[in-house]
Design a protein around this ligand. Structure first.
Ligand code: WTA
Length: 649
């Protein structure tokens, strides 16, 4: 684990100009946990309130009575905070830079333009009968209208529920019904990697499953002009209804605890949960983390490569950056189209200072070798960020060296749909970096590690990651199912929010997320993070990607089963298998010695790029009947291949 001990100290030129240096971080963090009321009352001033809050924190984590309220007597509007308040000072500054799937298509919207068009849409929504408290489902491409739709909902007090455009009609229908959504906003088609995806057809199919009494209207953005069916009376062209509206729309005054959005996320059991986020606390957390974690400075171009369909897109493409008056880049396509150099080319084209992306994206590029970045210089980059899964030190180093020209700090940010915003991450001017560690908690975040009985563990140790007290961006409930919220997050360990993640804390107090706790395997009584073994494997030059699961083993309880995807230029062989076994034994120790290796041309992933370990565990366990719900897989044929080629053991 030599890689993991490497430290990258704070760079002087970053610290000199950063929002927080070491001392400031420590002082602010201390105050935030010693005196949360005072701290957050002060921080809340970064937002524009119609009525400033006097009640700051009212939070109860007791499983009998989980009740989370922040700024409960405050009133504000999220779209006013993201748009109106910037008009005077930065009306002509770019708010959104849009880069199309086709490298020849891009456009810029200033704050003034975004404000005007959002108001028009807000007026259009009202004309279609949408009002305060109604739920609007968004099923959209990565186009500026997606951000406008979110902000237009916020403006009139409607609650948006964004469903990722890669989800199937069934998945969409399920979410529309659960949220009882009156209106769906979509586009004729989306465009990704040169391919058209029939969003409107999918909505049509979804709405045949929901019955006709749920959704009144479907608002359709004309993105490609492709052929679509039209349901008169129900379907409405976005441009026809929006363009004729006034560019002013008075914003609805919302209570801080009024819902801003619902976002569905899958759990290990049952139907997807609609996490409910509210207005004041969420916006404060998103905006504050965006400023401090990305050390955002006025005028910089900031690019988060996530999709607005995920929480990362909500908090760090739309709400955080726009609340801060930033310029946020929105990319419609994929980093591999038209070539693997695209990511770097976009950075050069738009002078991007800050890039926030995922380990999966980094590893996908890394598999093609250093040359993939040759078509760009990336001299504008100042800072890099990573999110969504543990980043293995090898990918971290590659990100740092190849994409960041060995010059840019990397902020590895740990958080969840449930947390609303970043929870554990370095601040670039304050925190020395260790590749693979999300480092230290953000202001107001009180992480702890507990054993399986819920006892709090001190010092350098492994444990289950819990959060001891509330923070403003926390989800307040599961839509229409508070009981499930309590059950899922507050019943495992009394009085604590349980993250579902396993974690290690080192002697410097740095947090290293090891992966979901349900992915932890127990071999001969030794607990190991699958992420740790994977990290070791992908450090081997032949390995592009690896997934590790436990499987029932007669003697050890669980054995270690490994799926390996090789880099382009490597061939499977028994030799290579032996080499990999030795590699892991040497890196972690004999207890981590892999028992079975299966060559996997690719791994089953959700459309958001997360490896579906549940399926890999079943295949490894030889339980190929009843693989459960595979509807969220990006490519179901991957599973068939793995089943027919599964290894002997
Ligand atoms: C994982 C995404 C390690 C973790 C924002 C968490 C991470 C789940 C990191 C939430 C990170 C996210 N290092 N693991 N930097 N970031 N995760 O809800 O297991 O899509 O519980 O939110 O992703 O995923 P979600």
């Amino acid at each position: 684990m030599t890689e993991q001990q490497k430290v990258y100290p704070v760079r002087d030129e970053i610290a000199a100009n950063a929002w927080a240096d070491r001392e400031k971080y420590q002082a602010m963090y201390q105050q935030s946990v010693d005196d949360p009321e005072g701290f957050w009352a002060e921080q809340a001033k970064r937002l524009d309130w119609a009525k400033a809050p006097t009640k700051i924190k009212h939070t109860e984590f007791d499983a009998e009575n989980v009740d989370i309220r922040w700024f409960e007597d405050g009133e504000l509007n999220a779209s006013v905070n993201c748009l109106d308040r910037h008009l005077e000072t930065r009306g002509d500054q770019p708010a959104i830079i849009w880069e199309g799937d086709d490298p020849n298509q891009s456009k810029t919207l200033t704050y003034r333009e975004l404000h005007a068009q959002t108001c028009q849409l807000a007026n259009a929504l009202k004309e279609l009968g949408v009002g305060k408290g109604d739920v609007v489902t968004l099923y959209m491409p990565m186009i500026p209208e997606a951000a406008m739709a979110m902000l237009a909902c916020a403006r009139i007090g409607a609650i948006h529920s964004v469903v990722f455009g890669g989800f199937s009609p069934d998945a969409l229908a399920q979410r529309v019904v659960d949220a009882q959504s009156k209106l769906v906003i979509t586009a004729d088609e989306s465009v990704r990697g040169g391919k058209h995806v029939p969003l409107k057809d999918n909505v049509d199919a979804a709405l045949t499953r929901t019955g006709t009494d749920v959704v009144d209207h479907v608002l359709v953005v004309k993105r490609t002009g492709g052929d679509i069916d039209w349901n008169d009376g129900r379907d409405v062209w976005y441009h026809e209804v929006a363009e004729k509206q006034s560019t002013d729309c008075a914003a609805e005054t919302m209570n801080a605890e009024d819902p801003l959005f619902i976002l569905y996320t899958s759990g290990s059991t049952g139907a997807p949960k609609g996490l409910k986020h509210t207005t004041g606390g969420y916006l404060l957390h998103a905006s504050m983390t965006h400023q401090y974690v990305f050390d955002y400075h006025d005028g910089e171009v900031y690019w988060c490569s996530a999709d607005v369909g995920w929480v990362t897109g909500h908090s760090y493409i739309v709400y955080g950056p726009l609340a801060n008056g930033a310029t946020t880049l929105m990319f419609e396509g994929v980093p591999s189209y038209p070539s693997h150099g695209r990511l770097g080319e976009i950075i050069d084209k738009h002078n991007v200072s800050i890039l926030y992306t995922s380990p999966t994206a980094i590893r996908a590029l890394m598999a093609h070798g250093d040359n993939v970045m040759q078509s760009s210089k990336r001299d504008s980059l100042r800072l890099l960020g990573s999110v969504g899964e543990p980043i293995n030190p090898e990918a971290w180093e590659w990100f740092h060296r190849v994409i960041g020209n060995s010059r840019c700090p990397i902020v590895d940010t740990w958080w969840q749909t449930e947390t609303g915003g970043i929870m554990i991450a370095p601040l670039p001017g304050a925190t020395d970096l260790k590749p693979g560690s999300a480092t230290l908690p953000f202001f107001g975040v009180m992480p702890a590690l507990v054993d399986n009985e819920g006892n709090i563990l001190e010092g350098a140790t492994d444990g289950n990651l819990v959060i001891l007290d509330s923070w403003p961006g926390q989800a307040r409930s599961i839509w229409n199912n508070h009981e499930r919220f309590v059950q899922t997050y507050f019943s495992t360990y009394k009085g604590m929010y349980f993250t579902g993640d396993g974690c290690r804390r080192d002697e410097d107090g740095y947090y290293w997320i090891t992966g979901r706790v349900d992915d932890v395997i127990n071999v001969s009584g030794h607990r190991m993070g699958t992420a740790e073994i994977e990290s070791s494997l992908v450090a081997h030059q032949a390995v592009a990607e690896a997934a590790v699961v436990g499987y029932p083993h007669d003697i050890k309880g669980q054995g270690i089963y490994i799926y390996v995807t090789l880099g382009d230029e490597y061939e499977p062989s028994d030799e290579l298998k032996k080499e990999l076994v030795q590699w892991v034994r040497k890196d972690i120790g004999p207890i981590a010695s892999p028992d079975v290796i299966q060559w996997a041309p690719s791994l089953p992933k959700t459309r958001s790029g997360k490896i579906m370990r549940r399926i890999l565990r079943k295949i490894a366990a030889n339980e190929c009947e009843g693989l459960g719900d595979t509807s969220t897989l990006a490519d179901p044929s991957v599973v068939e291949d793995l089943i027919s080629n599964r290894a002997n053991r």
